[in-house]
Design a protein around this ligand. Structure first.
Ligand code: AMP
Length: 355
């Protein structure tokens, strides 16, 4: 099905991802309708329509879905009932299966293993006693992560020694979790791909990602030559995963490189922070191609526009430096319009293209 320019795209979630999707959609002649609970969501300021509502309000989501031609999301934690309220009325891309699998760390890891991928050793933890058993199996250091609702290092606790288990269990609020072996990686990188409704799949160059306190600090393309074998293996895996999900839209998979091996960490069935560099650094950005994919249009070229591209997140008060960044020749500044700069909050990003 082709959703032609002029149509209305519904986006569940109103953060910076929705904002950049709306801007890309507007460039192609679409209108966006944002659904988010916030008073002033960053995406609402640049979209044609905004509905304020809770993500678990099935009736409100059903009314919203009735007003759009196709629906996507930038927020992953939509429960099964509200999802049904959408999919019973309008095409939802990425498809429901991609969303449901990626919502749960256990199901995403299990799914990727079935496609031939390898994550760091992990064990399921459902109660305090299970954590002890998992620690005996996995060893330390390890990381305890909630299966659901974690992001930017939230819902995680590092365990250096078995004695720290009770505190870690408290940190994750006794929620169903996974214990993962702590990986001493050479680097982190992600694979960003976009798949169309006809199965056409394009990949961008894989960025190397550097995190600080569990939050993405910067993404750099291309990766250094030593990482190429791990990246090539991860690309092949990502294609298989997208195919098996019959995914439509952008899909991001994050990996740890250990030697020539790529250990799968997690995936996101949506545009991703490590793909922000594609706005200026690639012929077609992740946002544009996501819109093209969900509307059934041909995908745009993903080649790089410069030999080297670096995207740096502006977190908390970093964005206060906007004057300096604007004065820097060639720096592309993006501010998300958020009013309050809390520590750890993503306020904007800057992209630098260089020779
Ligand atoms: P996640 O929420 O799983 O993406 O974790 C956020 C960040 O924490 C990752 O990008 C890594 O930098 C770090 N991290 C997560 N899991 C592990 C692990 N098993 N070993 C080492 N570092 C990790």
């Amino acid at each position: 099905m082709i959703v032609p320019p002029g149509s209305t795209i519904g986006i569940v979630g109103g953060g910076q991802l929705g904002r950049m999707l709306s801007l890309a959609a507007a460039s192609l002649g679409y209108k966006c309708h944002i659904y988010a609970p916030d008073e002033t969501p960053p995406a609402g300021e640049v979209a044609a329509h905004l509905t304020r509502g809770r993500f678990d309000d099935e009736d409100a989501l059903a009314r919203f879905a009735g007003q759009v031609d196709v629906c996507t999301y930038e927020f992953e934690n939509i429960a099964a009932g509200p999802l049904s309220a959408i999919v019973s009325q309008v095409p939802l891309y990425p498809p429901r299966e991609s969303l449901e699998i990626a919502q749960d760390r256990l199901s995403e890891k299990s799914f990727v293993v079935r496609q031939g991928g390898r994550p760091a050793p992990f064990a399921r933890v459902d109660e305090a006693a299970g954590l002890e058993a998992a620690l005996a199996e996995i060893g330390t250091p390890a990381i305890l992560k909630t299966r659901r609702l974690g992001y930017d290092g939230k819902g995680q606790a590092r365990i250096e020694r078995p004695e720290a288990a009770p505190l870690a269990w408290e940190t994750v609020a006794a929620a169903p979790s996974l214990l993962e072996s702590f990986v001493t990686f050479d680097a982190e990188f992600s694979i960003l791909l976009c798949r169309g409704t006809d199965g056409e799949t394009v990949l961008w160059d894989a960025p190397r990602n550097i995190h600080r306190s569990g939050i993405l600090d910067r993404s750099i393309v291309p990766v250094e030559p030593a990482l190429q074998p791990a990246v090539a293996a991860a690309e092949a895996l990502a294609r298989r995963v997208a195919e098996a999900l019959d995914h439509v839209g952008v899909l991001a998979l994050e990996f740890f490189a250990v030697g020539e091996e790529a250990l799968f960490n997690e995936m996101a069935p949506r545009v991703h922070n490590s793909g922000h560099w594609t706005i200026e650094g690639a012929v077609s950005s992740q946002f544009e191609n996501h819109i093209r994919a969900i509307c059934g249009l041909p995908l745009g070229a993903t080649g790089r526009t410069a030999p080297r591209v670096e995207m740096v997140n502006l977190i908390g008060r970093d964005a206060d430096d906007w004057r300096t960044l604007l004065a820097e020749p060639g720096a592309h500044l993006h501010l998300y319009g958020k009013r309050h700069a809390r520590p750890g909050r993503k306020m904007g990003h800057v992209t630098r293209l260089s020779a």
